[in-house]
Write a protein that binds this ligand. Structure first.
Ligand SMILES: C[C@H](O)[C@H](O)[C@H]1CNC2=NC(N)=NC(=O)C2=N1
Length: 116
Protein backbone atom coordinates (compact mmCIF):
# COMPACT_ATOMS: atom_id res chain seq x y z
CA UNK A 1 0.00 0.00 0.00
CA UNK A 2 1.45 3.38 -0.97
CA UNK A 3 1.37 6.49 1.21
CA UNK A 4 -1.36 7.93 -1.00
CA UNK A 5 -3.69 5.03 -0.18
CA UNK A 6 -3.85 6.01 3.49
CA UNK A 7 -6.83 7.93 4.88
CA UNK A 8 -5.99 11.21 6.56
CA UNK A 9 -7.04 11.29 10.19
CA UNK A 10 -8.73 14.64 10.96
CA UNK A 11 -6.68 16.11 13.71
CA UNK A 12 -8.44 17.15 16.90
CA UNK A 13 -5.37 18.55 18.56
CA UNK A 14 -3.51 16.82 21.33
CA UNK A 15 -1.90 14.46 18.82
CA UNK A 16 1.90 14.43 19.12
CA UNK A 17 3.91 15.39 16.03
CA UNK A 18 5.65 12.56 14.21
CA UNK A 19 9.12 11.90 15.64
CA UNK A 20 11.97 13.38 13.59
CA UNK A 21 13.27 9.98 12.42
CA UNK A 22 9.80 8.94 11.28
CA UNK A 23 9.40 12.28 9.47
CA UNK A 24 12.66 11.69 7.61
CA UNK A 25 11.61 8.15 6.66
CA UNK A 26 8.26 9.41 5.36
CA UNK A 27 9.98 12.23 3.46
CA UNK A 28 12.22 9.68 1.77
CA UNK A 29 9.18 7.53 0.93
CA UNK A 30 7.50 10.60 -0.62
CA UNK A 31 10.36 10.86 -3.06
CA UNK A 32 11.80 13.84 -4.94
CA UNK A 33 10.32 17.31 -4.73
CA UNK A 34 9.22 17.52 -1.10
CA UNK A 35 11.19 19.18 1.66
CA UNK A 36 10.56 20.26 5.25
CA UNK A 37 10.83 24.04 5.24
CA UNK A 38 12.09 26.40 7.93
CA UNK A 39 8.63 26.46 9.56
CA UNK A 40 8.75 22.65 9.82
CA UNK A 41 6.07 22.25 7.13
CA UNK A 42 6.10 19.92 4.08
CA UNK A 43 6.60 21.97 0.93
CA UNK A 44 6.77 21.27 -2.81
CA UNK A 45 6.78 23.53 -5.86
CA UNK A 46 4.92 22.12 -8.89
CA UNK A 47 5.34 23.70 -12.34
CA UNK A 48 2.81 23.74 -15.19
CA UNK A 49 2.60 24.93 -18.80
CA UNK A 50 0.28 27.80 -17.88
CA UNK A 51 -2.05 29.28 -15.22
CA UNK A 52 -5.08 27.23 -16.26
CA UNK A 53 -3.23 23.96 -15.65
CA UNK A 54 -1.97 25.13 -12.26
CA UNK A 55 -5.51 26.18 -11.30
CA UNK A 56 -6.94 22.84 -12.43
CA UNK A 57 -4.37 21.07 -10.24
CA UNK A 58 -5.35 23.20 -7.23
CA UNK A 59 -8.99 22.30 -7.79
CA UNK A 60 -8.13 18.59 -8.01
CA UNK A 61 -6.07 18.62 -4.81
CA UNK A 62 -8.67 20.82 -3.15
CA UNK A 63 -11.33 18.21 -3.79
CA UNK A 64 -9.09 15.51 -2.30
CA UNK A 65 -8.46 17.71 0.74
CA UNK A 66 -12.17 18.23 1.28
CA UNK A 67 -12.77 14.49 1.03
CA UNK A 68 -9.93 13.81 3.48
CA UNK A 69 -10.81 16.58 5.93
CA UNK A 70 -7.16 17.63 5.82
CA UNK A 71 -6.05 20.66 3.83
CA UNK A 72 -2.91 22.14 2.28
CA UNK A 73 -1.99 25.77 1.80
CA UNK A 74 -1.60 26.75 -1.86
CA UNK A 75 0.45 29.54 -3.44
CA UNK A 76 -0.89 29.77 -6.99
CA UNK A 77 0.76 31.72 -9.83
CA UNK A 78 1.10 31.50 -13.59
CA UNK A 79 2.71 28.14 -14.39
CA UNK A 80 3.38 27.16 -10.77
CA UNK A 81 1.82 26.14 -7.50
CA UNK A 82 3.58 25.80 -4.17
CA UNK A 83 1.87 23.36 -1.81
CA UNK A 84 2.59 23.64 1.91
CA UNK A 85 1.21 21.02 4.29
CA UNK A 86 1.22 20.75 8.04
CA UNK A 87 -1.26 19.93 10.80
CA UNK A 88 -2.51 23.33 11.90
CA UNK A 89 -4.12 21.99 15.09
CA UNK A 90 -0.72 21.12 16.53
CA UNK A 91 1.43 23.39 14.34
CA UNK A 92 3.52 20.35 13.48
CA UNK A 93 3.70 17.32 11.21
CA UNK A 94 1.52 14.24 11.58
CA UNK A 95 1.33 11.15 9.35
CA UNK A 96 -1.73 12.66 7.64
CA UNK A 97 0.42 15.44 6.22
CA UNK A 98 2.58 12.90 4.38
CA UNK A 99 -0.51 11.03 3.15
CA UNK A 100 -1.91 14.29 1.75
CA UNK A 101 1.42 15.12 0.08
CA UNK A 102 1.42 11.72 -1.61
CA UNK A 103 -2.16 12.29 -2.76
CA UNK A 104 -1.13 15.65 -4.23
CA UNK A 105 1.67 13.91 -6.16
CA UNK A 106 -0.86 11.41 -7.52
CA UNK A 107 -3.09 14.29 -8.73
CA UNK A 108 -0.06 15.92 -10.39
CA UNK A 109 0.71 12.93 -12.65
CA UNK A 110 -1.67 13.92 -15.52
CA UNK A 111 -0.22 17.45 -15.51
CA UNK A 112 3.40 16.37 -15.58
CA UNK A 113 4.98 17.79 -18.75
CA UNK A 114 7.74 15.73 -20.23
CA UNK A 115 10.95 17.66 -19.64
CA UNK A 116 11.81 19.44 -22.88
C1 LIG B 1 -12.76 20.91 11.77
C2 LIG B 1 -11.74 20.45 10.72
O1 LIG B 1 -11.80 19.06 10.54
C3 LIG B 1 -10.35 20.78 11.21
O2 LIG B 1 -10.23 22.18 11.35
C4 LIG B 1 -9.29 20.31 10.20
C5 LIG B 1 -9.49 20.88 8.81
N1 LIG B 1 -8.33 20.67 7.97
C6 LIG B 1 -7.09 20.67 8.51
N2 LIG B 1 -6.01 20.67 7.72
C7 LIG B 1 -4.77 20.74 8.23
N3 LIG B 1 -3.72 20.74 7.42
N4 LIG B 1 -4.60 20.81 9.56
C8 LIG B 1 -5.60 20.79 10.45
O3 LIG B 1 -5.36 20.86 11.66
C9 LIG B 1 -6.94 20.69 9.94
N5 LIG B 1 -7.99 20.63 10.74
Amino acid sequence: MSLADNKCVPCRGGVPPVPADRAQALLTELGRGWSINTQGHLERLYTFKDFAQALAFVNKVGAVAEAEGHHPDFYLAWGKCKVEIWTHKINGLTESDFYLAAKADREFEPFRTVAA
